[in-house]
Ligand binder design. Sequence first.
Ligand SMILES: [Zn+2]
Length: 142
Amino acid sequence: MSANRELKSLTRQHIRLVWDAAQSDAPLSDEDARLVQVMREHPEYTHLWGRLDKVSDEELEQTGTNPIVHIIIHQTIENQIAGGEPREVRRVVKMLMRQGLSRHEAIHQVGSVLVGEIYHILKDNRPFDELGYVRQIRQLAR
Ligand SMILES: [Zn+2]
């Protein structure tokens, strides 16, 4: 199995385990609890989580959005907000909400920047550019 396939499979297994644990009210780490919260904020994907081991990539990407990537991006931003690292994420989300966006919509805006950043990390094989990320998300709230 290639590293990429292995990572995908591990991610699916993790999401499935966390989801199952949440259904039986098992205690979760803060990060996993955030993941469950994000999953609950996307009821349109609920039918997928319990059978992630059987869902094909084609079915996952049917709507043009990969639900796994989508919730992982959400979770990453929630972790950034909870940890205050970088601090601007929380501030920009608040500013966007003051401009009329829902919290979910504000997270999507930040998420679009994060996706672009991840794209460059993978394509150019470079580390996370925190300053560049902060600069770009600040632009969102102008
Ligand atoms: Zn979303």
